[in-house]
Design a protein around this ligand. Structure first.
Ligand SMILES: Cc1ncc(COP(=O)(O)O)c(C=O)c1O
Length: 618
């Protein structure tokens, strides 16, 4: 475990390193983080100053920071020099002048009792902080003795000894010093426990790789293409999450899209709490699933009937099976770089993690029934249909592609697919797992006035819990079991807790209509980033719409996978790492969308700009 010691005093840093090593904590100094800002030590107490310094350093370096404030209190001098210890004689850190002033002031004084005091504060970047104090009692000599230690050490004899701290070895001083007393107090009252008692991301990843393939439960979380340690998260609120180390991140990934209201929206959390107190799962029907199906159907009239599943993957898998059942055909068209989850038929020429991992089509799947066309290429689709139209069950498409980075459908592309699917008798499936309820309180297809035969939803409609949905006309949907012969089921489908989160999210979206503001924020982010990137000495641009964007390190506009793949992924990785150091979290791959949420503010967009500007200067 690591902590930043907010001190420019090399002696203190050395002492802290020695003391904290015994607690298994390694200490970085101010130099290791490129310096820390000076803080006015104007609080009336040691504790107050320690808190000020720790909070300032934690916020500046975006990590857990420790600061101390220490000094000497001489009882007959009314506890002076006190908080003025370092600058008692006027100049900060002038040990010789400070000592001389104390000895002068005590010249005819019998009572030479004194104590060294040390306050230690630990702070997190979010401003949470705590402080403790430790001390050691002793007397002041008549002359300085010993050349070890620093500050007032040569004139302070701790009780029970006859040498000054200036005559102690560092190891001897560590045992009884006010700083070690403060650290003991910190340990006793568990000051470090909440922050430092936890395993770090590195510790957790090391454990994870022994028991979880690659250490992660979804490949891109391994940060393979951007480098650096995978992150472990402790909590999230609004537009930010906090790692187990206590580092705050401004989140532009938002759990890959579901968190359109930000982390832990109070109304959603409340709904989840109430639902879970009532019971976690029944394997029976609940009122909530009727309500969410009615809500989706009302907001997306093309989805006359809705079946709930547990993920986007299940939704697209079911849609494809239904299309095969309805048409009695097997084959389908998908688009190069579109990702539709990880069911077998759809893991061919897929985007997202497959693209990031450089494998595109998964081992273990045949791809025999899949024709792949470039995105936005109606001519290629026409050619496939010309040769195989009678065998096609479905054309499946992300109506706005997000899994090779943001790629917008050209004018007429989606309408063209609608017409071609009709011509050959295949079903048109819009995979709106990302786009559903992202650009308005409905689907992208509905906003554009294009009706697919089947629509797949996920992400936003679960408000952060696992859910998916498939919907379409009653004619098609009634082919699903138990009415029809296309089987589909799920132990946890329509889970009451997930439904509560999703339904509450949809209600808030309808009630608050955050979309115009989200679009304004998105425009500000894209415009600001483009202004910075245009001045860069390499090709780069930011594309997107509404509350999504991708920073591409290549020429724009990008209309298909070949354009996306031409981008410089190494440069994206460098940008990602720099942002991460600056407390901004982007998706850990060039081939993904960045998301804004209703919890983001203008200041967050400004922070994104300033971190981008900082990276461009690096
Ligand atoms: C467009 C699209 N479809 C389907 C899926 C699969 O959804 P899930 O990860 O919930 O299975 C994703 C996931 O990112 C997606 O982006």
């Amino acid at each position: 475990m690591e902590i930043l010691a907010a001190t420019n005093n090399a002696h203190k840093l050395f002492e802290l390193k020695q003391l904290l090593a015994a607690l298994g904590i390694s200490v970085r100094g101010a130099e290791d983080v490129g310096g820390i800002p000076e803080v006015d030590e104007d609080a009336p107490t040691f504790k107050g100053n320690a808190l000020k310094k720790a909070i300032s350093a934690a916020q500046h370096a975006n990590c857990v920071a420790l600061a101390d404030d220490s000094g000497l209190e001489v009882f007959s001098l009314n506890r002076d020099p006190g908080v003025m210890s370092a600058r008692y004689a006027g100049t900060h850190g002038d040990d010789v002048a400070n000592i001389a002033k104390v000895l002068d002031a005590l010249e005819d004084c019998e009572d030479r009792r004194a104590r060294f005091v040390c306050a230690i504060a630990v702070a997190r970047p979010n401003g949470q902080a705590d402080v403790v104090e430790g001390d050691v009692y002793g007397t002041i000599t008549h002359k300085p003795r010993g050349d070890r230690g620093f500050g007032y050490d040569p004139i302070f004899i701790p009780d029970g000894d006859d040498r000054t701290f200036g005559e102690f070895t560092p190891a001897e001083k560590d045992k009884i010093s006010h700083r070690s007393a403060a650290l003991r107090a910190a340990t006793a009252c568990k000051l470090f426990e909440s922050v430092l008692g936890q395993p770090s991301s590195a510790d957790l990843f090391e454990r994870a790789i022994a028991v979880i393939p690659g250490g992660v439960n979804s490949p891109v979380r391994a940060f393979g293409s951007v480098g650096g340690e995978p992150l472990y998260v402790k909590s999230g609120t609004g537009a930010r999450f906090e790692s187990v180390e206590g580092t705050q991140f401004l989140d532009f990934c938002c759990s890959w899209g579901p968190l359109i209201l930000g982390h832990a929206h109070p109304e959603v959390v409340d709904a989840v709490q109430r639902a879970s107190e009532a019971g976690l799962s029944y394997g029976l029907n609940t009122p909530g699933e009727v309500e969410i199906a009615e809500t989706i159907s009302r907001l997306v009239p093309e989805m006359e009937m809705v079946r709930l599943v547990n993920s986007g993957t299940e939704a697209t898998m079911t849609a494809l099976r239904l299309a095969r059942g309805v048409t009695g055909r097997r084959k389908m068209i998908k688009f190069d770089g579109c990702y539709h989850g990880h069911s077998d038929q759809l893991l061919v020429a897929a985007g997202s993690g497959l693209l990031t991992g450089g494998i595109s089509s998964s081992a273990g799947v045949s791809g025999d029934d899949v024709f792949v066309a470039p995105y936005n290429d109606l001519r290629a689709v026409r050619e496939i249909i010309h040769a195989h139209g009678q065998e096609l069950a479905a054309i499946i498409v992300e109506p706005v592609a997000g899994n090779m980075g943001y790629v917008c459908p050209n004018d007429g592309f989606l309408q063209g697919l609608r017409a071609l699917a009709d011509d050959c008798g295949a079903l048109l499936i819009f995979d709106e797992v990302i786009t559903g309820f992202r650009f308005g309180a409905t689907t992208y297809g509905h906003l554009r006035g294009i009706s697919p035969d089947l629509t797949c939803l996920g992400k936003v409609i679960g408000g952060g819990l696992p859910i998916g949905a498939i919907g379409g006309s009653a004619q098609h949907m009634t082919r699903l079991a138990p009415l029809g012969d296309v089987y589909q089921a799920g132990t946890l489908s329509g889970n009451p807790v997930a439904v509560a989160a999703g339904l509450t999210t949809l209600r808030i979206l309808e009630r608050d209509n955050p979309y115009p503001r989200l679009a304004e924020l998105g425009t500000a982010a894209r415009d600001g980033l483009n202004e910075l990137l245009q001045a860069a000495p390499f090709p780069a641009h930011c594309a997107g719409q509404g509350s999504v964007f991708t920073i591409f390190f290549g020429e724009g506009p990008i209309g298909d996978l070949s354009g996306a793949k031409a981008c410089d992924t190494e440069r994206y990785a460098s940008c990602f790492r720099s942002m991460r150091r600056g407390g901004v979290y982007l998706p850990p791959s060039q081939f993904e969308l960045s998301f804004l949420s209703a919890a983001h503010h203008e200041a967050d967009v400004e922070m994104l700009m300033s971190r981008m500007a900082a990276w461009l200067r690096e």
